[in-house]
Design a protein around this ligand. Structure first.
Ligand SMILES: [Zn+2]
Ligand SMILES: [Zn+2]
Length: 344
């Protein structure tokens, strides 16, 4: 098969032929029809995750089951499937309670083993981790769900429990942030989008953002407090930097809920967080780490009804070679919307 291969951390990515994968016990091989490119792929390329080299990135995918391993009961050849980026072991107390997204023995395609920037990918513990794609949902839309969209969905529903008419501030409107804007509006909230990229803010407006704020070094929390009459009920850091984390927390009103979605690997130590405000205003700090397969039905139902349209977030579909050139620049690329790869 053809795959995008990373031979060293921070080095060039090469698209080349590698051996076809085999289905492991309890797992499947999926023929990849669409796979999303995400800032997490850039983190892995930059050396912020421990990956074994040579490595194939890619963790947001949809495709068709092309080989079934021993012991798999629920899936057969030809099934259209997607998968959360965190795959649980299926045996621990967290997996058994429907929380595979925090499984201590989790696998992540594109991190713990070769991922989906390839024509085929292996997925483990298929019976607990695979999700059937409804007929009305395209491979492209399904591929956009596994990481950023599902993470935003869980962040606003299960974690922040956003209510109708509340204010939601989304700091950073890349893929996960735009998803949060769309989901926030579908939940009946008022949404403020913040980004340094004016193009991304334009997209946020088309998705229904009530206000947009350009992050140009001015005081973002102060502006949010003005718009909302005392601060946002919920704020999401969808970037993952000390600055965006602080902006999100300081944008909250008293008793507000902050959700940290953007990754904050302690590359230069742990970030400074304004805990004095957290205490004095009784703020909730919530982490959100993907969403288990068990939680997909509610999200898929909203997509089938047309309340959520992940396909509207897709801005471009590119090939593996173009993607290999794009990935190293992805941290600073001012691209609006989601980028998908068709490995064929
Ligand atoms: Zn991702
Ligand atoms: Zn587990």
């Amino acid at each position: 098969m053809r795959a995008m291969v990373m031979d060293r951390v921070g080095g060039p990515l090469e698209v080349r032929e590698v051996p076809d994968p085999q289905a492991p016990v309890g797992g499947v091989v999926v023929r990849v029809h669409a796979t999303g490119m995400c800032r997490s792929d850039w983190h892995a390329w930059a050396g912020h995750d421990d990956v074994a080299l040579p490595h194939v990135p890619g963790h947001e995918l949809a495709g068709v089951v092309s080989a079934v391993g021993e012991g798999v009961k629920k899936w057969s050849l030809g099934d259209r499937v997607t998968v959360p980026f965190v795959c649980g072991c299926g045996r621990c107390e967290w997996c058994l309670s429907g929380n595979a997204q925090i499984c201590p023995d989790q696998e992540q395609p594109g991190f713990t083993h070769w991922g989906s920037f390839a024509q085929y990918v292996v997925l483990h513990a298929a019976d607990i981790n695979l999700v059937a794609i409804p007929d009305s949902v395209s491979f492209e839309a399904a591929a956009s769900l596994g990481c950023r969209f599902a993470t935003a969905f869980r962040a606003l529903t299960e974690r922040a429990r956003v209510c109708v008419d509340e204010w939601v501030t989304v700091v950073g409107v890349g893929g996960v942030g735009l998803s949060a804007v769309m989901i926030g509006k579908a939940l009946g909230a008022n949404v403020i989008a913040v980004d340094r990229n004016a193009g991304a803010l334009e997209v946020a407006k088309t998705l229904g953002a009530d206000h947009v704020l350009i992050a140009d070094g001015s005081d973002i929390p102060e502006k949010v407090h003005e718009f909302t009459g005392g601060g946002s009920h919920v704020a999401v850091d969808a970037v993952g930097s000390e600055q965006t984390c602080q902006d999100s927390i300081l944008s909250l009103r008293r008793r507000g809920r902050h959700v940290q979605v953007g990754l904050l690997p302690p590359v230069n130590g742990h970030p400074r967080v304004p805990m004095s405000r957290v205490i004095a205003w009784e703020l909730d700090l919530l982490g959100s780490h993907g969403m288990a397969a068990a939680a997909y039905p509610l999200m898929l139902a909203m997509i089938e009804r047309g309340d959520l349209r992940p396909q509207d977030l897709i801005e471009r579909v590119i090939g593996l070679t173009e993607a290999a050139e794009l990935l190293p620049t992805f941290d600073n690329a001012s691209l609006a919307g989601m980028t998908l790869i068709d490995p064929w």
